[in-house]
Design a protein around this ligand. Structure first.
Ligand code: AMP
Length: 315
């Protein structure tokens, strides 16, 4: 079956939440957040997305309307009557690469058992965004024959559900982590050694995000380094990792190709989406993002990394 025949080319499971975030440039309260939401919004610029998650009564209708307006399928989103939506509160100091968690309330996620709609089960592309690895496994068990599975996680799950996370890693094709998470998971200081150790757990490729300093792809024996984009002001780093992953897998799903060159371009598209996302709070920048801006920033990323080949130099 070709990609265009799939009603749901890309399934994303993860937290759907409301965030309280404070950064040196401002703050938001009860803003649209959650790893699945950030990645679905970024991926929606490339591919249709089918979401799996759970919300409570306090999840505003306007956010559901927004997700529907960008053609995110919400059939797999459960609304628990009388329940409260996942809430995360955090802040950033001047080191915007480090999120400090003040409070995590799993709420309706605590008892969530995802049941994939029949129409999702044949999806070729699956992104397990940050959430309890038990739920990531539940979703993997229901997908029939995926072409590519990608997972993300965070420090919270590395320390509280390590064994379950290792089980997820055994079963996915690509793991996306930031450098601190890769060190925490493996106990290795070197990101290169950490990436290789994670590859040894299962995934054929590992991406290490280095916040505003770019991203590294280790794929088999291939190594690629995406540059960082010189943004002068970062309003809110929340969701950068999720937007990266959404752009990454959304682009791959649209190409329906898993070659090294596609993976490399996907890492750059991921970096492009993350760089836009951090320009404003919550998903505000994504809401006013024009696809032409994505193409233009992709070219800028290429210019940043350009240098002449030795043989072109008149030495
Ligand atoms: P990041 O891309 O890492 O900045 O992800 C930020 C998003 O992760 C926020 O919108 C939070 O709602 C969500 N989040 C925070 N903690 C957790 C957690 N323990 N499990 C799932 N999602 C979380």
């Amino acid at each position: 079956m070709s990609l265009t025949q799939h009603a749901h080319p890309l399934v994303i499971v993860g937290s759907m939440g409301l965030d309280n975030v404070q950064t040196p440039l401002g703050e938001v309260v009860n803003a649209l957040g959650g790893a699945a939401n950030y990645s679905a919004v970024a991926a929606s610029f490339f591919s249709r997305v089918a979401l799996v998650g759970v919300i409570g009564d306090d999840f505003p209708q306007e956010h559901l309307d927004y997700l529907r307006s960008i053609e995110v399928d919400l059939t797999g989103v459960e609304h628990v009557k009388g329940g409260k939506t996942f809430h995360w509160s955090g802040y950033y100091d001047f080191d915007l690469n480090v999120a400090h968690t003040l409070d995590t309330q799993l709420n309706v996620f605590a008892d969530f058992q995802p049941k994939l709609p029949e129409s999702y089960k044949q999806a070729p592309y699956v992104f397990l965004a940050n959430i309890d690895p038990v739920l990531q496994l539940d979703v993997l068990n229901q997908i029939e024959a995926p072409k590519l599975t990608v997972c993300d996680t965070m420090n919270y799950w590395i320390s509280s559900k390590r064994d379950e996370l290792v089980e997820v890693l055994k079963r996915v094709d690509i793991a996306v982590l930031n450098d601190a998470e890769a060190r925490q998971l493996t106990g290795l200081m070197s990101t290169v050694k950490a990436a290789k150790a994670i590859q040894a757990l299962g995934p054929s490729a590992v991406i290490i995000k280095k916040g505003e300093h770019g991203a590294l792809l280790f794929s088999g024996d291939d190594h690629f380094s995406a540059p960082s984009f010189p943004l002068e002001d970062i309003a809110d780093p929340t969701g950068a990792g999720d937007s990266f992953a959404g752009g990454f897998i959304g682009y791959i799903a649209a190409q329906d190709d898993l070659s090294h060159n596609t993976l490399r371009r996907a890492v750059v598209y991921g970096s492009v989406m993350a760089s836009f996302n951090v320009e404003d709070f919550s998903m505000n920048r994504m809401r006013r993002l024009d696809p032409a801006e994505i193409a233009s920033r992709y070219s800028q990323f290429r210019d940043i990394a350009y240098f002449e080949a030795l043989e072109d130099l008149a030495l």
